[in-house]
Design a protein around this ligand. Structure first.
Ligand code: FES
Length: 145
């Protein structure tokens, strides 16, 4: 299946959640926590175990922005494009982020809970506040060996 999610590991996760009320989202989070995304090979076993259609399952996965359907890159930059950050210049951050190295996922998020320190973003899980385009560009340099 994947390097970190074997068929046995998926079966164990399914058994941990099967029969629980509202099992789908916790199970999807567990799968993603194990291998970083929801692999294609996990769709049929999850749908079957929870007695939902593959289309329903794909609908749930695509509805929630935090679920991934492909392996993540090495780095993840999430730029807030909600109202406060937009008013404080997040569009310039978004433009600056387009020059990110190819090993960086660039994603939109709608509010990181740091509105008072807009514009904000999250880089590899680290909250960055009062950002500007120049600081975005320096993120790539900080990661160089
Ligand atoms: S609007 Fe961007 S952190 Fe809240």
């Amino acid at each position: 299946m994947t390097d970190t999610l074997t068929e046995d590991a998926l079966a164990a996760l399914i058994e941990q959640h099967r029969g629980r009320r509202g099992a789908l989202l916790p199970l999807l989070h567990a799968v993603q926590a194990t291998c970083g995304y929801i692999p294609d090979a996990a769709i049929a076993p999850i749908a079957s175990a929870l007695r939902i259609s593959r289309a329903e399952l794909e609908g749930v996965i695509s509805f929630y922005a935090d679920f991934r359907r492909s392996a993540p890159n090495a780095h993840r930059l999430r730029i807030c494009r909600a109202e406060s950050c937009r008013a404080m210049g997040s569009e310039a951050l978004w433009q600056a982020a387009q020059s990110a190295p190819s090993d960086t996922d660039i994603e939109v998020v709608y509010c990181l809970g740091a509105c008072a320190a807009s514009p904000a973003a999250e880089y590899d899980g680290r909250l960055l506040c009062r950002l500007d385009a120049a600081r975005i560009a320096r993120l790539w340099q900080e990661d160089q060996p």
